[in-house]
Design a protein around this ligand. Structure first.
Ligand code: NAD
Length: 311
């Protein structure tokens, strides 16, 4: 069986970590793509990771490039091309620059990777994945945005820290757009099957929800020169792996909705099943009046940002 090919468009902080994780999990051969000015870094990361493979006993090919022809025929494309936030910036402040970059990426991937499963990571996420979807014309099953896996993982990490238990025993998910009004669903958060509301007082849960919403900004303030990259990379790899290995994992992702959750014609964060056909299903659950109001607020923010992309 031929090895899968994974194209990483953007070989910056997240791109480098994606390459490392993809190689360590032996997901397939990895090509790191970046603009000509950053081709050295793309090639360097590929070579550096290739040199750790004997230590960890994994066999995959790695290459760095600035030529789209080298990513041709990729099975999975993960797009992190674009600028990240700096302190004081919102994700929306990245819009003008990143919409130009994503448009260029979309035109090229449409040409060289017409059958790939594409995971968009660049911010502002919901608007970037929408732009990519519109400009490639790829089916909605093959274009998905990464945000919910990361936001849910942050929520789970904070709950585990607070309760003092293992992270893998905390289940939680976050609905909605990848902005500060995302919707961590407290009702669906459990610790070893026990609702979190049984274990933590209301004010502690509220503090965790608030920290989850602002978790990206907390890291921007700490790093000063950019945004989070380890957890975003791990989150996108979980999505790629579910596709390549047909795992059918249930992962919260930005998916193109056509009526689900009462939303139409927009990318929005919802739980989906990812398998060999891409986004195979959107899982729906009925929301309380309060949850619906929070989702609506998040949707309005996403729509405002998407309107500014003018695609
Ligand atoms: N969706 C999420 O949850 C999430 C989380 C964290 C960061 N992000 C976003 O991911 C993006 C990447 O973050 P990062 O930390 O890796 O940034 P980074 O600056 O380290 O890397 C971005 C890379 O994109 C490259 N690039 C720029 N223009 C390009 C083009 N036209 N074609 C190909 N590559 C191009 C740059 O040269 C750079 O190497 C940012 O927009 C950031 O806001 C999203």
């Amino acid at each position: 069986m031929a090895r899968s090919k994974i194209a990483l468009i953007g070989a910056g902080q997240i791109g480098g970590n994606l390459a490392l994780l993809a190689a360590q999990r032996e997901l397939g051969d990895v090509v790191l793509f970046d603009v000509p000015a950053a081709e050295g870094a793309a090639k360097g990361k590929a070579l550096d990771i290739a040199q750790l493979l004997p230590v960890v006993g994994r066999n995959v090919g790695l290459a760095g490039t600035s030529k789209y022809e080298d990513v041709a025929g990729a099975d999975v494309c993960i797009i992190t091309a674009g600028i990240p936030r700096k302190p004081g910036m919102s994700r929306e402040d990245l819009l003008g620059t990143n919409v130009r970059i994503i448009s260029e990426v979309a035109e090229n991937l449409k040409r060289v990777c017409p059958h790939a499963f594409c995971i968009v990571v660049s911010n502002p996420l919901d608007a970037m994945v929408y732009t990519f979807f519109k400009l490639t014309g790829f089916p909605k099953q093959r274009v998905v945005g990464m945000a919910g896996v990361l936001d849910s993982s942050r929520f789970r990490a904070f709950v585990a820290m607070e309760v003092g238990v293992a992270v893998e025993d905390v289940t939680a998910f976050v609905l909605g757009g990848h902005g500060d009004d995302m919707v961590p669903l407290v009702r669906c958060c459990s610790v070893g099957g026990i609702p979190v509301t049984e274990l933590l007082p209301k004010d502690r849960i509220e503090a965790i929800v608030d920290r989850t919403r602002k978790a990206g900004g907390e890291l921007v303030a700490l790093y000063k020169t950019g945004s989070a990259y380890y957890a975003p990379a791990a989150s996108a790899i979980a999505m790629a792996e579910s596709y390549l290995r047909d795992k059918k994992r249930v992962l919260p992702c930005a998916a193109y909705l056509e009526g689900e959750y009462g939303v139409r014609g927009t990318y929005f964060g919802v739980p989906v099943v990812i398998g060999r056909s891409g986004v195979e299903r959107v899982l729906e659950l009925s929301l309380s009046v309060e949850e619906q109001a929070a989702v609506h607020k998040s949707l309005e923010s996403v729509r405002r940002t998407v309107a500014e992309t003018k695609v």
